[in-house]
Design a protein around this ligand. Structure first.
Ligand code: FES
Ligand code: FES
Length: 161
């Protein structure tokens, strides 16, 4: 390895110190060095959203983020959302509403959808489609995905009443 750098960051709540090359992007780091393979790589140019993860709680595309840029940051992949209540609601809703077929886009969809649910509790269908427009799916036609997010928003509103 040439020009390798040692970085320390938090991955799914655990402190990780690793050696990476400057060119290593975060998705490769997560998949190949941390063996967190739920983060998928589609386009590898920031378009499809399959690689969406959270950095310090904000959605980001791990294919266009250098691992070295994550020094000191907190990275959460979909594996790190196993116990997250909103992610759990979304997983159930995606199944109920047929929001996935091959599942390739689903980890990124769940990370983005969770962000929409938390940030836009009153989102209507148009707003959901706009917010989710950075996540591409080649299978579902999006109707099931949008319905799943609406289902979670509705359930959370009802629970809050
Ligand atoms: Fe990162 Fe497509 S693989 S946006
Ligand atoms: Fe196949 Fe979305 S379910 S790409």
């Amino acid at each position: 390895m040439t020009h390798a750098r040692t970085i320390t960051l938090t991955v799914n709540g655990k402190s990780v110190t690793a050696t990476v090359e400057p060119r290593t992007h975060l998705a490769d780091f997560l998949r190949e060095q941390q063996l967190l393979t739920a983060t998928h790589l589609g386009c590898e140019q920031g378009v499809c959203g399959a690689c969406t993860i959270l950095i310090d709680g904000e959605p980001a595309r791990s294919c266009i983020t250098f691992a070295v840029a994550c020094e000191g940051r907190s990275v959460t992949t979909v594996e790190g959302l196993d116990e997250d209540p909103v992610a759990a609601q979304l997983r159930d809703a995606f199944m109920e509403e047929h929001g996935l077929q091959c599942g390739f886009c689903t980890p990124g969809m769940l990370v983005s959808a969770r962000d929409v649910v938390l940030r836009r509790p009153n989102a209507d269908e148009e707003r959901i489609r706009l917010e989710m427009s950075g996540n591409l799916c080649r299978c579902t036609g999006y109707v099931g995905i949008v319905n799943a997010i609406r289902r979670v928003l509705d359930a959370r509103k009802t629970a809050a009443e």
